[in-house]
Design a protein around this ligand. Structure first.
Ligand code: SF4
Length: 235
């Protein structure tokens, strides 16, 4: 099945971007259904497959209408894994798009994969001229998620000027693992943001761990939605 004009949407809502290089920015979030990973600590398990949560089929035109009619300038495409879909088809003039991806899929390559639930995603390559205008936030998973990394995709993102990397750390050894990871793939330190694991305000206030993040030369990413609302959906 060609999925170039098929977009399974779990939900859309307004909030602030909680993390990364645009933290605090008032944004429209569009959350896509389906993910090619199953991270142990995933907080959106309802997006994993066609059985895991409610979702609605949108066409490209329908999503662009939602984006155009919303007053938010910033649009966060998240999931699930958004790069399963033709995100280049969603560009709307005057809007700034952001993509939150697990970094296992190369968007400029065609994709043809069968998911565990039997769904097939078969899309064409995204147009680099369009998606290089988007702010891609790539979150490779550490060993604590028990997921495999796609080396070819990480090499693609490491060389790329239109992405940042975002990691989540719980303890000092996670920072060492992040450091080894960015050295292995020659990722520029200036592109690396690290946030703290957890779903409570208390989990986000760890000055000692932030000192270590500073010493490694990484940026610290707050997780504002967690600090303000805890682990609440649509925030
Ligand atoms: S990649 Fe993201 S959405 Fe997919 S399982 Fe991991 S944390 Fe959840």
């Amino acid at each position: 099945m060609l999925t170039d004009n098929i977009f399974y949407v779990s939900e859309y809502f307004r909030s602030i971007q909680g993390e990364g290089n645009y933290a605090g920015v008032n944004s429209l979030f569009i959350r896509f259904q389906h993910c090619n990973l199953k991270c142990l600590w995933c907080d959106t398990k309802y997006t994993w497959n066609k059985h895991s949560g409610l979702h609605i089929l949108y066409t490209q035109t329908e999503i662009k209408k939602v984006v155009a009619e919303n007053t938010a300038t910033h649009v966060i495409l998240t999931g699930g894994e958004p790069s399963l879909y033709r995100l280049d088809k969603l560009d709307v003039q005057g809007k700034k798009f952001h993509v939150e991806s697990n970094g296992t899929i190369i968007p400029t390559h065609p994709l043809n994969i069968q998911m565990d639930d039997g769904s097939v995603f078969s899309r064409g390559a995204m147009d680099e001229k369009v998606i290089s205008k988007y702010n891609w936030v790539i979150s490779p998973k550490l060993s604590n998620s028990f997921q495999e990394i796609n080396e070819e995709a990480i090499v693609f993102w490491a060389k790329n000027e239109w992405c940042i990397f975002k990691f989540i750390a719980k303890k000092g050894s996670d920072l060492t693992e992040i450091n080894d990871f960015i050295d292995r793939y020659a990722i520029e330190r200036a592109k690396v943001f690290v946030g703290l694991e957890g779903a409570t305000l208390e989990s986000q206030i760890k000055p000692g761990l932030v000192d270590e993040i500073i010493n490694f030369g990484f940026h610290f990413s707050p997780r504002l939605h967690v600090m303000l609302w805890g682990n609440v959906r649509r925030k």
